[in-house]
Design a protein around this ligand. Structure first.
Ligand code: NAD
Ligand code: DAU
Length: 349
């Protein structure tokens, strides 16, 4: 069936993998990628598909309601997959307003435009909101986040994502907006901006720079290969039940320090260094304020209802990720020049 879909934030890390999957798998769909190209957005991520006939890029800001309304009127979208956001917790601690603006108000602008366009004609339409497991707060040593876990966000980033989740549900309840929400754990893979743990540390190991581990390093995250997140989004967009939430996770918990040591070991092998050489770069630094101790997702609802399960093991995914960063010097050099250096100096001073 022909459809016109809006994907927001498609020039970012996860968005670019989602855009690629949809453009290649659904030649009958017109895919409109809307992105403001902030520091995190990069059209280089989509070089391989930019000339496909079913792909269109729109350089626009979700905070500009007038422009968003114009694009909804122009394209008459049948569905929205909303990923555009400010996404880095550390940046939300230094500049919360940018997160409140884009993640809350930007989402409201999209919801308002969809509501007007679909009013009275909601059948077959879908607003898919891509969210995070961080809305659930922090776990103790045991237990998992379920779809029914109460929201308890702890950082300006997660609070802004929680607010946007609530707005989407409220529009569903009040205006019959057809929607679905997914809350995913930590992604990793190619095209990840090197401010987040895995790509930052790969880049630093490559360049023999210190590896800044926050606090005692015993914080735990559940890691998922980005292509498996994109696969889950495809399944939920097409077969998820209306008005439902699905958790997505890797069934793959790691304490930060164990993960960093694994990364060092893999990189020593790939770079032909002596075993243990990269570990010497590990440096414990002051903790992130309000740092969530542990995240762990129970993704069994998605598995039982739609049969989704990660297709890539962590060992395979990490190896592919390191190989990608080693083979893409130009990409890495481009994104780590200019403003990145200022960010890095301020964050790790
Ligand atoms: P990212 O920071 O790599 O990319 C965000 C993209 O959104 C960029 O292309 C950026 O240019 C664009 N954008 C930012 N502000 C915009 C605006 N005002 N208007 C239009 N475009 C704008 O983020 P990511 O890691 O790919 O995350 C994508 C989504 O997935 C986010 O909503 C995030 O909350 C969610 N998420 C991320 C993870 C993760 O581990 N990275 C896990 C779960 C959920
Ligand atoms: O759980 C999903 C979330 O995962 C997403 O919603 C966010 O968009 C994404 O950024 C990510 O958030 P985290 O804060 O978990 O990811 P980050 O890579 O920033 O940090 C992972 C862990 O590593 C965390 O415990 C903090 C720690 N860390 C991070 C950096 C950048 C360090 O010890 N040192 C660092 O320099």
């Amino acid at each position: 069936m022909e459809k016109t879909l809006l994907i927001t934030g498609g020039a970012g890390f996860i968005g670019s993998h989602v855009v690629r999957l949809f453009v290649q798998k659904y030649p009958g769909y017109k895919i409109v990628n809307l992105d403001a190209l902030t520091y995190a957005g990069n059209l280089e991520n989509l070089k391989d598909i930019e000339n496909e006939p079913n792909y269109i890029f729109e350089h626009a800001d979700i905070n500009n309601a007038e422009e968003i309304n114009r694009l909804f009127t122009l394209y008459k979208f049948d569905g929205v997959i909303h990923l555009a956001a400010e996404s880095h917790v550390d940046r939300s601690i230094t500049d919360p307003n940018a997160f409140i603006q884009t993640n809350v108000m930007g989402t409201a602008n999209l919801l308002n435009a969809a509501r007007v366009l679909w009013k009275g004609n909601e059948e077959g339409k879908r607003f898919y909101h891509v969210s995070t497991d961080e809305v659930y707060g922090s776990l103790g040593e045991t237990g998992f986040f379920l779809e029914t876990t109460p929201y308890d966000p702890q950082s300006p980033y997660s609070a802004s994502k929680a607010a946007s989740d609530h707005l989407v549900r409220a529009y569903g309840n009040t205006y019959h907006m057809p929607f679905v929400i997914t809350n995913c754990s930590n992604n990793y893979g190619p095209n990840h901006f090197p401010e987040k743990l895995i790509p930052l540390f790969i880049n630093n190991i490559k360049n023999n720079k210190p590896l800044p581990v926050y606090g005692d390093g015993k914080y735990t995250r559940d890691w998922l290969y980005v292509v498996d997140h994109a696969r889950a989004i495809d399944m939920v967009f097409h077969a998820g039940r209306n008005g439902e939430t699905y958790n997505i996770g890797g069934f793959n918990e790691w304490q930060n320090i164990a993960l960093v040591k694994l990364l060092c070991k893999e990189m020593d092998e790939k770079l032909g260094r002596e075993p243990g050489e990269s570990e010497k770069l590990i440096t414990y630094i002051k903790d992130r304020p309000g740092h969530d101790r542990r995240y762990a997702i129970d993704a069994n609802k998605l598995n039982k209802e739609l049969g989704w399960y990660p297709s890539v093991t962590f060992e395979e995914g990490l190896s592919k990720t390191i190989d990608w960063y080693m083979a893409n010097d130009e990409w890495l050099n481009n994104v780590t020049s200019g403003d990145y250096q200022k960010y890095y100096t301020a964050q790790y001073k």
